[in-house]
Design a protein around this ligand. Structure first.
Ligand SMILES: C[S@@+](CC[C@H](N)C(=O)[O-])C[C@H]1O[C@@H](n2cnc3c(N)ncnc32)[C@H](O)[C@@H]1O
Length: 277
């Protein structure tokens, strides 16, 4: 059986994760500190989680700091997660935006906590399948960002297990947009080159982002405290085009009665638009 870390160890980890990522880990989840960090401590030869934290106290700039934050974040994702939202994107949101952008021929989509890449590749496949002429002839940018270097590495590699492609990916998309490489499924270049990956911490500055038409910020704000959520949503308000759409995770939809955004309903799916121009 795994032992519990010293209470001051858990407190240190909770504070470090909050400082770096704004993620709030409840004290009742101390068991996660043990289960997620024991392998990190073992790999680093630091004899247990207390030893790992002792190392970080002595060497605050240690590269293990980011490894610890990474290990404590939840990266759960899947292709076309929450089908109703994708249906709304394909049949309402994107056709309408494309109509409105005919003059500029520019479209920017941002997956703002992309984890291992299933979300931005879902966007790219959807665009390639449903709007091939827009993809071929317009300036379409699909930006994918995350805090975690490890997740970004996985996302950029674009390789998925059978289990991962079984979750949510329609069979015709698997056939058309993936190829098999050493027992894994690799996203084909035509899709991969549509996505630009970058490291971006949502609670730090967001440099160099063009105005955004569709912003997927799904299943990340739930981990932040109320004040951080509000601050991040202010910046969303700044980067989102006046007629652009923000998509949150379905569990988050009812959480946000933020007066700066209005809810737009498409059947079972909800998006958010700025109230003011
Ligand atoms: C549960 S996953 C969500 C993935 C995808 N958006 C989805 O809905 O399927 C949450 C992601 O948020 C990232 N994350 C956590 N805190 C972050 C922060 N402060 N800035 C950017 N990304 C963050 C994590 O690394 C993780 O990959």
């Amino acid at each position: 059986m795994m032992g519990s870390p010293d209470p001051s160890t858990s407190e240190f980890v909770r504070r470090l994760v909050h400082e770096r990522s704004a993620i709030v880990i409840d004290a009742s989840k101390d068991y996660l500190v043990q289960s997620r960090l024991a392998p990190v401590a073992r790999d680093a030869g630091l004899g247990g989680v207390d030893g790992l934290v002792e190392h970080l106290r002595r060497q605050p700039a240690s590269p293990l700091r980011d490894v610890v934050v990474d290990a404590m974040t939840t990266n759960e994702t899947s292709f076309f997660r929450d089908a109703a939202q994708w249906e709304a994107l394909a049949t309402h949101v994107l056709p309408e935006l494309i109509e409105r952008r005919r003059a500029q021929r520019t479209l920017t989509l941002w997956s703002a906590a992309c984890s291992s890449g299933q979300e931005p590749y879902s966007i790219a496949m959807l665009m390639a399948d449903r709007f091939p002429r827009v993809v071929a002839e317009w300036n379409v940018r699909i930006v994918a960002s995350d805090l975690s270097a490890e997740m970004l590495g996985r996302a950029a590699a674009g390789r998925y297990s059978q289990l991962e492609v079984n979750r949510g990916l329609p069979a015709p998309y698997l056939v058309r947009y993936f190829r098999q490489v050493s027992g894994q499924w690799e996203v084909r270049d035509e899709v991969r080159q549509l996505v630009e990956f970058r490291a971006l911490n949502l609670v730090e500055p967001w440099p160099g982002l063009p105005p955004v038409d569709v912003l997927c910020m799904r299943n990340v704000l739930i981990y932040f405290d109320a004040m951080t959520k509000r601050r991040v949503l202010s910046r969303v308000h700044d980067v989102l085009r006046p007629d652009g759409h923000l998509m949150l995770g379905t569990a988050e939809s009812t959480l946000y009665s933020d007066e700066r955004f209005r809810r737009v309903e498409f059947g079972r799916a909800t998006t958010y638009q700025r109230r003011t121009a």
